[in-house]
Structure formats: structure tokens, C-alpha cells
Design a protein around this ligand. Structure first.
Ligand SMILES: *[C@@H]1O[C@H](CO)[C@@H](O)[C@H](O)[C@H]1NC(C)=O
Ligand SMILES: *[C@@H]1O[C@H](CO)[C@@H](O)[C@H](O)[C@H]1NC(C)=O
Ligand SMILES: *[C@@H]1O[C@H](CO)[C@@H](O)[C@H](O)[C@H]1NC(C)=O
Ligand SMILES: *[C@@H]1O[C@H](CO)[C@@H](O)[C@H](O)[C@H]1NC(C)=O
Ligand SMILES: *[C@@H]1O[C@H](CO)[C@@H](O)[C@H](O)[C@H]1NC(C)=O
Ligand SMILES: *[C@@H]1O[C@H](CO)[C@@H](O)[C@H](O)[C@H]1NC(C)=O
Ligand SMILES: *[C@@H]1O[C@H](CO)[C@@H](O)[C@H](O)[C@H]1NC(C)=O
Ligand SMILES: *[C@@H]1O[C@H](CO)[C@@H](O)[C@H](O)[C@H]1NC(C)=O
Length: 434
């Protein structure tokens, strides 16, 4: 038992203890609750005044004699004795003493009285408590259970911190309104049983408002399906998840239909929209998590688009690939003489000199003026390959590319483009009617 709830408990125990030995008369039958190792007295009816001959029996499959007021008949066990010439006193109760007892009284007439003796025991395990949303109302229900004992234990729900008593009952159930709740608040259930441990037992629940996780935007193609997901976390008790549309004020709760499928797995909810339509479905959707502890909302924007033309995409990709291939093969063809020449030189074993020539000539172009020796060499080269002379610029640029000179590469590309456009314009000029 907690220090906070400890003060009022001993009184409750004392009251119950007093009740314990009392008769709970139900017509001529009675129920008496005893405790293990304690003594108990069973009364033969509630008659005052002179009594007749009283005999006590234990009702099993058939009555078993226990005791009689006829002193010539000894009691079945020394634990049994007669009090006030009619009541059965049983010493040191055990669980085996539980059962029905009958007393027969012979006065002018013979009367029978029945007593049901029950032996109290505390619940064998720890109490359990939880919070849930009350069905049908926006309230929180706190429930405390401590099963397996006899008779029913007592429950006290206490707010923490503060120790304010929320309620006391034999049921262990308390209803709380929103105003009594706040995120993170704790409630403690303190249980007590007449034969339970003196300190009682307790359990605690902590309530938490929901947090929401969702994607802010979703896209659906006209005629297609889309699934919006919403994940609630941290909520205790679990929140109720709703999907709403904010087309109009107030927002409308989306009901499941042939086009709207709502599924929930634990605290994850999904809304699947079938056969998307721009007019009907585009816009804001709201996922709302409701709990008496708090309400959270998240908005999801759904855009509905015309489906992409797959054929068009494939066509475009193919045309681009073809165009690329055409350009590459064109370039290869355009520069093939150079490559052939270079390959040829390699086979002749003069590649070193020739490559030197190419690099040097490029530098010459950059720095505008260089050694005369190189010019000579270049001239020599021209002599060797007279075809290459008009395409000298291009040779330089190819070398730059091989060397990985990015600036040169850029320039080369630009120049190539210029060249091709020049060529193009030439063709146009040629095509022009004179
Ligand atoms: C039970 O009764 C006996 C006498 O029959 C008495 O000596 C004993 O103290 C009683 N025990 C309790 C726990 O009251
Ligand atoms: C107990 O025994 C008496 C006497 O035989 C009988 O009248 C009564 O019905 C029995 N009660 C039960 C509950 O068996
Ligand atoms: C008491 O029991 C004895 C022995 O069974 C019997 O003889 C006697 O008559 C009984 N007395 C009464 C008053 O029933
Ligand atoms: C005692 O009798 C009542 C009916 O009067 C019955 O419901 C109960 O089960 C009986 N108890 C036992 C231990 O047999
Ligand atoms: C028992 O009978 C006597 C005489 O027959 C009578 O005076 C007495 O009142 C009766 N007692 C009861 C409890 O009925
Ligand atoms: C949309 O969902 C429906 C029903 O589950 C299904 O029959 C249809 O094939 C789905 N359409 C697409 C484009 O996935
Ligand atoms: C829907 O929600 C958006 C985002 O909060 C808001 O701008 C818009 O006004 C809402 N629509 C209606 C009809 O309330
Ligand atoms: C999809 O919606 C359009 C109208 O928006 C309708 O004509 C069509 O029949 C629907 N298709 C299915 C499979 O429900």
C-alpha cells in the first residue's frame, strides 16, 4: 500500500473484519466467511429464547455427524464445540472446512437450518490495471482487477502526483472525464483484501495523448488506386483513428465504401482510394487520432494526375538512344582518319614522336607562338599526312580530350557544335533554290 493511500485502509480492514464473522442471512440459509487459521462460530438459526436438542451435520454427498447438544454423544473432532447450547464453534479453520453445514433443532417441531461456510483467501497474484476509452462516451475508464481471492477485494484509485482519491469501490472501475485528464498523468490503483497482505498491493497506469506520423503528400493517377497511411504512436489508452475529408466545414468522416477501404492494424490505419478521380478525390485528407487524453490531426494532400503515357516515354527513350548512337557513330566516322593514322604509326614504331607532335602543336595553339623546331616537326607531319592539314584544329582537341583537359574539352565541344552548325547552314544554302 502506498503512503498516500495507506491512511484510510486499516479502517476498511477493521470494518470488513467485523462483517466477516457476521451472519449474512438469506431466508433460512446463511453464508459465513471465515479465515484460514482463525476460529469461526456457526449459529443454528437466529432464534432467541429456549432451544431444543441441536445436532450439527456436515453436508457432503450425505450428511456427516459433527456435534450434538446431547452431551452423551461426543463431537466428531475436538476442533468442534458447542457455544450457547446451539452454535457450532470451529477452531483453526482450514480450506477443507469450506462447505455447507446443517443444524437440526428438535423442539415442539423439528427445524433445519443451513449455513454455508466459506474460507477467505487473498488473490494469489498481483493486481492488474489498465485504461481504456469508455464505449459510447468520450471518457476514460480506469479498470483494476485482482482476481482469484475471496471475498472481493477493495479498490482505491488515486491520482498521482497529489494523492487525490479518484474513487473507491469493490469493482475497481472508475470513469474520468476529459477535464480530469492530461498528457502524462498517472493513476494508481491500491487494492486491499481482508486476508491479504497488510500493505495491500498496487499498480499504476500512465495516460498519454497520441502522436501522429504520416506522409504530407500523395499522388494518384486517374483511374488508379492510392493508399494513405497514418501511424499513431505513444497513445495510452490507444486512440481511435478516423479519416476525414476537409472539402467542407465541418469536415466529413470518410465511411468505408466500394471506393474507400479503411484498414487498421494496431495503431496504424490506411485509407485506400480506388479508381481515383480528379474532381472527387483531389484535395486534403485528414487523419485524426482521438483519445480523451488528446486529439491530434495530420493533413495529407492528394493530387490526382493524368496517367503517364508509357508508350510515349518508351518512344522518347528509344529516339534519344538512337540519336545518341547516330551522333557517336557520326563522330567516329568523322575522326576515323586520325585514329587510323595513329594506329598505323603505332605499328610503324614511331608513335612516340607523333604523339609528341600532337601535344606540342596544341600547346602552340594555346600560347600563340612556340619553338621553331616544333613548327618544323609539324611541317614534317603535314608533309607525311597532307590530308590532315585542314583538320589540324580537331586533332588538337582530340589530344586535349585524351589528356583529360576539361577546358579544352569544353572548347572542343563548342567548336564541334559550331562546325556542325556551319556544315548545316552550308547544306541549307546548298538546298536553297538559286
Ligand atoms: C480459537 O478458539 C480457541 C478456543 O476454542 C482459543 O483458545 C483461541 O485463542 C482462538 N483463536 C483465535 C485466533 O481467536
Ligand atoms: C444437507 O443435509 C440435510 C440433511 O440431510 C439436507 O436436508 C439438506 O438438503 C442438505 N443440503 C445440501 C445443500 O445438500
Ligand atoms: C442422547 O443420546 C443418547 C445416546 O444415543 C440417547 O440414549 C438419549 O436418549 C439422547 N438424549 C436425548 C435427549 O435425545
Ligand atoms: C452450499 O449450498 C449452496 C446451496 O444452498 C450451494 O450453492 C453451494 O455450492 C454449496 N457449497 C458447497 C461447498 O457445496
Ligand atoms: C411448544 O409446545 C408447548 C405446549 O405444547 C407450547 O406451550 C409452546 O409454546 C410450544 N413452543 C413453541 C416454540 O412452539
Ligand atoms: C485497384 O484496386 C482494385 C481493387 O483492389 C484492383 O482490382 C485494381 O486492379 C487496382 N488498380 C490498379 C491500377 O492497381
Ligand atoms: C482544408 O485544409 C487546408 C489546410 O489546413 C485549409 O487550407 C483549407 O482551408 C481546408 N479546407 C476547408 C474547406 O476547410
Ligand atoms: C471509375 O470511375 C469512373 C468515373 O469517375 C467510372 O466511369 C468508371 O466506371 C470507374 N471504374 C471502375 C472500375 O469503377
Amino acid at each position: 500500500m502506498a503512503a498516500g493511500g495507506g491512511a484510510p485502509e486499516p479502517r476498511v480492514l477493521v470494518c470488513l473484519g467485523a462483517l466477516l464473522a457476521a451472519w449474512v442471512a438469506v431466508g433460512l440459509e446463511a453464508v459465513v466467511i471465515g479465515e484460514v487459521h482463525e476460529n469461526v462460530t456457526l449459529h443454528c438459526g437466529n432464534i432467541l429464547g429456549p432451544r431444543g436438542l441441536v445436532t450439527w451435520y456436515r453436508n457432503d454427498s450425505e450428511p456427516v455427524f459433527l456435534l450434538s447438544s446431547n452431551s452423551s454423544l461426543p463431537p466428531a473432532e475436538p476442533r468442534f464445540s458447542l457455544v450457547d447450547a446451539n452454535s457450532l464453534h470451529i477452531k483453526s479453520l482450514s480450506l477443507g472446512d469450506e462447505g455447507n453445514y446443517t443444524c437440526q433443532e428438535i423442539l415442539n417441531v423439528t427445524q433445519w437450518f443451513q449455513v454455508w461456510l466459506q474460507v477467505a483467501n487473498p488473490p494469489p497474484s498481483a493486481p492488474q490495471c489498465w485504461a481504456q476509452m469508455a464505449s459510447g462516451s468520450f471518457m476514460l475508464q480506469l479498470t483494476c482487477r485482482w482476481d482469484g481471492g475471496y471475498p472481493d477485494p477493495d479498490f482505491v484509485w488515486i491520482e498521482e502526483p497529489g494523492g487525490v482519491i479518484v474513487g473507491k469501490s469493490k469493482l475497481g472501475v472508475e470513469m474520468l472525464s476529459e477535464s480530469q485528464l492530461s498528457d502524462g498523468k498517472k493513476f494508481k490503483c491500491v487494492t486491499s483484501h481482508i486476508v491479504g497482505p497488510e500493505s495491500g498491493a498496487s499498480c499504476v497506469v500512465q495516460i498519454r495523448g497520441p502522436s501522429l506520423l504520416s506522409e504530407p503528400m500523395k499522388t494518384c493517377f486517374v483511374g488508379g488506386n492510392v493508399t494513405l497511411t497514418c501511424q499513431v504512436s505513444g497513445a495510452y489508452p490507444p486512440a481511435k483513428i478516423l479519416w476525414l475529408r476537409n472539402l467542407s466545414q465541418p469536415e466529413v468522416v470518410i465511411q468505408p465504401s466500394s471506393r474507400h477501404l479503411i484498414t487498421q492494424d494496431g495503431q496504424n490505419s490506411t485509407l485506400t482510394i480506388h479508381n481515383c478521380s480528379q474532381d472527387l478525390d483531389e484535395g486534403y485528407y485528414v487523419c485524426r487520432a482521438e483519445s480523451p487524453v488528446g486529439v491530434r490531426e495530420v493533413e495529407i494532400w492528394l493530387s490526382v494526375k493524368e496517367p503517364l503515357n508509357i508508350g510515349g516515354i518508351v518512344g522518347t527513350i528509344v529516339s534519344l538512344l538512337l540519336l545518341g548512337l547516330a551522333i557517336i557513330s557520326g563522330l567516329l566516322l568523322y575522326y576515323s582518319p586520325v585514329f587510323c593514322w595513329k594506329v598505323g604509326n603505332t605499328f610503324r614504331g614511331q608513335n612516340m614522336d607523333d604523339v609528341m607532335v600532337l601535344v606540342d602543336s596544341e600547346e602552340e595553339e594555346e600560347e600563340e607562338g612556340d619553338a621553331a623546331v616544333e613548327e618544323e616537326e609539324e611541317a614534317h607531319e603535314r608533309e607525311e599526312l597532307p590530308k590532315e592539314i585542314p583538320k589540324q584544329d580537331h586533332i588538337h582537341r582530340v589530344t586535349a580530350l585524351v589528356n583529360g583537359n576539361i577546358e579544352q574539352m569544353g572548347n572542343g565541344f563548342q567548336d564541334l557544335q559550331d562546325d556542325s552548325s556551319e556544315e548545316h547552314s552550308d547544306i541549307v544554302q546548298e538546298d536553297r533554290p538559286v
